[in-house]
Design a protein around this ligand. Sequence first.
Ligand code: ADP
Ligand code: ZN
Length: 609
Amino acid sequence: MVAFIRTLYILVLVAILGGIVVLFWRMENQRPTISYNEFLTSLENNEITEVNIKGSTIRLKDTFDREFTTFSPDIQSLVPRLLEKSVIIRGQDDRPSPVWTLLGIVLPVLLIMLAWFLLASKQMGKADEGESDKEKGFNFATSATPITFRDVAGVPEAKEELVEIIDFLQKPKKYSKLGAVIPRGILFQGPPGTGKTLLAKAIAGEAGVPFYSISGSDFVEMFVGVGASRVRDLFREAKKNTPCIIFIDEIDAVGGLRGAGGASGGQDERGQTLNALLVEMDGFSTDETIIILAATNRPDILDPALLRPGRFDRQINVLPPDVKGRLEILKVHARKVPLAPDVDMENIARSTPGFTGAELASLVNEAAIIAGRTNRKSIDNNDFDVAKDRILMGIERKGMVISESDRQTMAFHEAGHAILTQFLPETDPIHKITIIPRGRALGHTQQLPLQDRHAYPKDYLLSRITILLGGRVAEEIALNQQTTGAEDDFQQAVEIATKMVCNWGMDPVVGPMAYARNAGGFLGEQSARSHYSEDTARLIDHEVKKLIDDCYARAKEILTEQFDFLNFLADMLLINETLDREEMEIVYNCTKNKRSEKEKGVEQITDVG
Ligand code: ADP
Ligand code: ZN
């Protein structure tokens, strides 16, 4: 659209310029006019060689090859005299040429069309800001710019899951012959700048298939119906080029839960666009290998309709990288720039906790700009320092970067959770401990259940509560502080304890009873007694509190006993940011060895004494 109007502009400009040129040329070539008498005299004197008659206008050439114009009141009687003097006569039709007639009709039409387009473009202005690629509302890229998995680093789990998808795209027959249904939609979820778009492009690049992309935010502030028709256009194009990938960035802008934020005016449009998307996703047949990738940083507000089987039923977390990941990402981006020998990438990776892939990319770029400004041929360590400060100042406003003391708090908190899992009965083993902020929670300790549990034994629940409280306990005994970081932990702990007392009959004093606490109308709790005496209420409160207090004391006991382990583990977390079970075991063994050495030392001294 924009390109079309631009062409039109150029055409009109050329026409006007052309007109002006012709006009000047004509004025230049305007022959001097002479009177009819003069003309007749010249004719009598045999000075005229040629005339050109058009209507009553006569253009003439004389013996000196000069040209003049004159007007004859009576051409009819002039002709015989001209013949007599053997002047060459040329005639010309005095009706306007058909070209001009045509132009007279076409030009006004063209002008009207131009005006119409200008008006339309003004109305579409907002929706149509983009360049000519975006004319259809989506971007199309083939493997001409192949981004591969080599360009994406620090997201090993995501890559692993996606290898399969690439095979699907490359050999769809192999799978359809087996009757396998190829996954249709994959949702990337994670904070901005973690490489979701990059991953999507890399899949297309690796599989060598076309890549179509569209952004949900393009549909905001658009006319009703435009978004839906763009979605349909996109799928129509994509179907012509299967196998291919469609990437929908910021899908929450269209797929957000209805009513979750946004002005009411946009609701209709969003709803229509979302519906169009769902219809298209459900609409194509299994032999059309189109994989739809979508990205969001707000998976919590997505319309559940999008997550149903056959739609975006696979979800892949793309999280900010840990220190190893950051090093890999830095290496990816440093490939393109010349580095001075003093640059220590590992050190940079260690000193950039909380940086996303995009921020690391811009760190390398900023450093290159700083080096370039002072006309150096390579980037040195100092350039990175300056660049980091600059980016940090930018980020701080967004409130994303974690201060050193926050990291320390997180490290002890998570170490506290993790250590307790090792010393309590009936716990799920540790999968991963990390102090990389993720969503609302700061750190994170992941436990993997050994098997799916349906009935939870009492010991398991007690251990669970103790582990939850361990974060706060560790902060208290190691740093002598209490922070808000334990809020979620407490909430979960109290919830479990309350259920143990009220629902599961696990408290010796209250006994096997069912009481509905906070009768909020959960269907499952309806059968429980929701009315009980003040005394019972007091008793329940007392028992829940006692349960929590006991667990708290137990946590404190274990963590005090394992104080060295706690300190060591927290230190290792500060350095590595993420530890898995084996790494945690190594830390534990190191602590044990150190302790037994110390104890030996003490014994020797007492022996001497
Ligand atoms: P998102 O889509 O998650 O917001 P992008 O994929 O647009 O993030 O990332 C923006 C840029 O940041 C990329 O083009 C790339 O240069 C850099 N980047 C982000 N994540 C990574 C990563 N994991 N590995 C390498 N580069 C990355
Ligand atoms: Zn916690």
